[in-house]
Design a protein around this ligand. Structure first.
Ligand code: COA
Ligand code: AMP
Length: 628
C-alpha cells in the first residue's frame, strides 16, 4: 500500500479517481458512473448517479457474505447490569422487522424519524431501520431537555418519534417520556405517532392513539427489504450547536458517507472485518453515528455499545474491564473521559486487573487532547494514543494519524496531518495563507471529500453563510490553529462562541438566551472557561435590571438553563456583576473575558469603551477557573 503522502497527494490531485477507487468497497444497487458533481459550486455532490442502501451495506451484505454468526453489536450496560451480543443475523432480523413496524406507522422513503433514546441496542436498530426504508433519522442526545427536543422536532418535522421510558445515569433515572410529552406539546409540528421502548427501571404511561409500545410494534411486524436510494439522498440529519440558539441540522448523504466511513475504518483506525471496535461515546453525537453504528458495521467489524461512564459505573477501571472482556482492539473516546479516569486513579492501578494485550490503539477526539492527558495515557497504556480532529459537519476526521497506512510521528498537542480529501489551509483574516507556526483560521479548500455535509437541513443559505462565505472557495471550520515545519496540525480551539463541555458541543448563545429571558436580567454573557476534567465549562455573568433583586437569582438561572437546555449544559456558576466590558460599538468582549478567566495576560483591546469595567470584573473572572 502507498504511504500517507502518496495517498494524500493523489486525493488532492485527482479527487474523483481517488474516491472512485474507495467506492469499490461499497455494494451499490446502481454503480456510480459519475464521481463528483462540481457543476454548481459551492454545492458539491458525490457519486450523483449511484444508488445503494446503507443498511444493506451495514447488515445484509455481511450476512450474505458469511458473517451472519459473527457478533455485530455487543451491548454492555453497567448501569442496568445487562449484557447482550447481537450477531449480524440477529441485528438484521430485528432491524428489518423494526423497519416493518415503522412502515406500518406510515414511514416511507424521505420521511424523517426523530430518535430520542439512551444508549440501548434499540437506538442502533432504529437508526438502521430508518436507513433500510430510505427514511431520514435525526437522533437527539438524551441529555437535552424538552425545549431543545421540540426545536429539533419542529425543524425535522418527523412522521414518527422513537423514544424510551427512561435513561439511566449513575446517580439517577432520567424520565425521558415526560420530556418527550412536553416537547411534543411545545412543538408546532404535529407528530402523528411515537414508538416507546418500555424499560423496567421506570415504565411510563402511553398516550392512546399516538404511542405504540416498541415490543408490540416489533412483535407483529413483517421484515422489510432494503429500499435503494440515491447516493445523494439524506441518510440522517444531526443537529449541532452553532453560534446562535438555533441548532444547525447537519445533513449526511448515503453514498459519500458509506464510502468515506469504510475508507476510514481500515486506513485511519487500522481495523479489519471481525475486529472489535469501541467508540465510548453516545449515539446522540456524531462520534456515535459514525463509529458506534455505521463505520464498524459497514466494515463487518464488531461494535461495542456501552451504557455507562468512565468512572462511577462502578469505578475508574470500567473502560479497561470492557476492553478486556470483549477483546477490544481500538478504543475511541474523548480526552475528558481519560481525565476523569486519571483523576480517580492517577497511577492507573485498575489496569493491573485486566488483560489488555488485545488493545492496540486509543483514539481521542471531541476536544483538544491536552499534552498532560496524552502523556499520561501513553505512559499507562503503552499503545499509540492518537488525537484526531473532526466535527459533526465532516462526519469523519479532517486530521489524524492514519495508522492503518503509516504510523507518522505523534506530537503532543497535534492532531497530526490532514486526511485524504481535506486540503487544509490556515488563513489570515485577509484570506492569505499563514506561515509555518502562525495561528489562523483553519479552512479546507473546496470541494470537501465524500461523507461531509452537503448542506444544512432545509437551509442552503445558512449553509453558505455559516461555512462558505468567510473565504471564497473554502470551508470555514470554526477552529483556529497552526501548522508546524513538519506539516503537523495543531488545533487550538474555536474562534466563535461554540464551547466544548466534556466533549459535548454547546452554544454560549443558546445559554445566554435562557439567562436573558429572566425578568431580572438586563444583559448577560456566557463564556467557556477551562476546567480540569471537562476541558471547558460555561460561566454566566449577568447585569441586573434597575431595582431588580439578586436574591436567589444565580440558582434560579442555573435551574432554568438545566430545564430549558438540559443537564448536559452543565452551567454551575453565574455571577451578578455591575457591568459587562464592551467595545465602543457595544460588542461584549467575550474573548478578553475568557482569556482573563483562563489566567492569560489579556491586554484590553483599543476599542474598549470603559477599561474600568474590565478591571472591576477581573477578580471575578479569575476566581474559580482551572486549567486542564
Ligand atoms: N441523558 C440524560 N442526562 C444526561 C445524559 C443523557 N444521555 N448524559 C449526561 N447527562 C447528564 C449527566 O447526568 C449530568 O447531570 P448532573 O448535572 O445531574 O450530574 C449532566 O448531564 C452533565 O453530564 P456530563 O457532562 O457527561 O458530566 P458528568 O459529570 O456526568 O460526567 C464525564 C463527566 C467526563 C465522565 C462524562 O462527560 C463522559 O464520560 N464523557 C465522555 C465524553 C463523550 O462521550 N463525548 C462525546 C463525544 S466523543
Ligand atoms: P462536534 O461537532 O461536537 O464533534 O465538535 C467539533 C468541535 O470539537 C471542533 O470544531 C473542535 O472545536 C473540537 N474538536 C474535536 N476534536 C478535536 C481535536 N482532536 N482537537 C481539537 N479540537 C477538537
Amino acid at each position: 500500500m502507498s504511504g500517507y503522502r502518496e495517498l494524500f497527494d493523489a486525493s488532492i490531485d485527482d479527487p474523483a479517481a481517488f474516491w472512485a477507487d474507495a467506492a469499490r468497497a461499497v455494494t451499490w444497487t446502481r454503480e456510480p458512473t459519475r464521481i463528483l458533481d462540481d457543476s454548481n459550486p459551492p454545492f458539491y455532490r458525490w457519486f450523483p448517479d449511484g444508488e445503494l442502501n446503507t443498511c444493506a451495506n451495514a447488515l445484509d451484505r455481511h450476512v450474505d457474505g458469511g458473517r451472519g454468526d459473527q457478533a455485530a453489536l455487543i451491548y454492555d450496560s453497567p448501569v442496568t447490569g445487562a449484557k447482550r451480543t447481537y450477531t449480524y443475523r440477529e441485528l438484521l432480523d430485528e432491524t428489518a422487522r423494526f423497519a416493518g413496524a415503522l412502515r406500518t406507522l406510515g414511514v416511507s422513503k424521505g420521511d424523517r424519524v426523530v430518535i430520542y433514546l439512551p444508549m440501548v441496542p434499540e437506538a442502533v436498530i432504529a437508526m438502521l431501520a430508518c436507513a433500510r426504508l430510505g427514511a431520514v433519522h435525526s437522533v437527539v442526545f438524551g441529555g437535552f431537555a424538552a425545549n431543545e427536543l421540540a426545536a429539533r422536532i419542529d425543524d425535522a418535522r418527523p412522521a414518527v418519534v422513537v423514544s424510551a421510558s427512561c435513561g439511566i445515569e449513575p446517580t439517577r433515572t432520567v424520565a425521558y417520556k415526560p420530556m418527550l410529552d412536553a416537547a411534543l406539546e411545545m412543538a408546532k409540528h404535529d407528530t402523528p405517532a411515537c414508538v416507546i421502548l418500555q424499560r423496567e427501571q421506570l415504565p411510563c404511561d402511553l398516550v392512546d392513539g399516538r404511542d405504540v409500545d416498541w415490543a408490540a410494534a416489533i412483535a407483529g411486524a413483517e421484515a422489510v427489504d432494503p429500499v435503494p436510494v440515491a447516493s445523494t439522498d439524506p441518510l440522517y440529519v444531526l443537529y449541532t450547536s452553532g453560534t446562535t440558539g438555533k441548532p444547525k441540522g447537519i445533513v449526511r448523504d448515503n453514498g459519500g458517507h458509506a464510502v468515506a466511513l469504510l475508507w476510514t475504518m481500515r486506513h485511519v483506525y487500522d481495523t479489519d472485518p471481525g475486529d472489535v471496535y469501541w467508540a465510548a461515546s453516545d449515539v446522540g453525537w456524531v462520534v456515535g453515528h459514525s463509529y458506534i453504528v455505521y463505520g464498524p458495521l459497514l466494515l463487518g467489524a464488531t461494535s461495542v455499545l456501552y451504557e455507562g461512564k468512565p468512572v462511577g459505573t462502578p469505578d475508574a477501571g470500567a473502560f479497561w474491564r470492557v476492553a478486556s472482556e470483549h477483546g477490544v482492539k481500538v478504543l475511541f473516546t474523548a480526552p475528558t473521559a481519560m481525565r476523569a479516569i486519571k483523576k480517580e486513579d492517577p497511577d492507573a492501578k485498575y489496569l493491573a486487573d485486566y488483560d489488555l494485550t488485545g488493545l492496540k490503539y486509543l483514539f481521542q477526539a471531541g476536544e483538544r487532547l491536552d499534552p498532560g492527558t496524552y502523556h499520561w495515557a501513553t505512559e499507562k497504556l503503552a499503545i499509540p494514543v492518537v488525537d484526531h480532529w473532526w466535527q459533526t459537519e465532516t462526519g469523519w476526521s479532517i486530521a489524524a494519524n492514519p495508522v492503518g497506512v503509516e504510523h507518522l510521528p505523534l506530537k503532543p498537542g497535534s492532531a497530526t496531518v490532514p486526511m485524504p480529501g481535506y486540503d487544509v489551509r490556515i488563513l489570515r483574516p485577509d484570506g492569505t495563507e499563514a506561515d509555518v507556526d502562525e495561528e489562523g483560521a483553519i479552512c479546507v479548500k473546496l470541494p470537501l471529500p465524500p461523507g461531509t455535509l452537503p448542506t444544512l437541513w432545509g437551509d442552503d443559505d445558512r449553509f453558505v453563510a455559516s461555512y462558505l462565505s468567510a473565504f471564497d472557495g473554502y470551508y470555514l471550520s470554526g477552529d483556529g490553529g497552526y501548522r508546524d515545519g513538519d506539516g503537523h496540525l495543531f488545533v487550538m480551539g474555536r474562534t466563535d462562541d461554540v464551547i466544548n463541555v466534556a466533549g459535548h458541543r454547546l452554544s454560549t448563545g443558546a445559554i445566554e438566551a435562557v439567562l436573558a429571558a429572566h425578568p431580572a436580567v438586563a444583559e448577560c454573557a456566557v463564556i467557556g472557561v477551562a476546567d480540569e476534567i471537562k476541558g471547558q465549562v460555561p460561566r454566566g455573568f449577568v447585569v441586573l435590571k434597575a431595582g431588580a433583586s439578586d436574591e436567589g437569582l444565580a440558582d434560579a438561572l442555573i435551574a432554568s438553563v438545566r430545564e430549558n437546555i438540559g443537564a448536559v449544559a452543565a452551567l454551575k456558576r453565574v455571577d451578578v456583576v455591575a457591568a459587562l466590558p464592551k467595545t465602543r460599538s457595544g460588542k461584549i468582549l467575550r474573548k478578553t473575558m475568557r482569556g482573563i478567566a483562563d489566567g492569560r495576560a489579556e491586554a484590553p483591546p483599543s476599542t474598549i469603551e470603559d477599561v474600568s469595567v474590565l478591571e472591576a470584573l477581573t477578580p471575578v473572572l479569575r476566581s474559580g477557573s482551572h486549567s486542564p
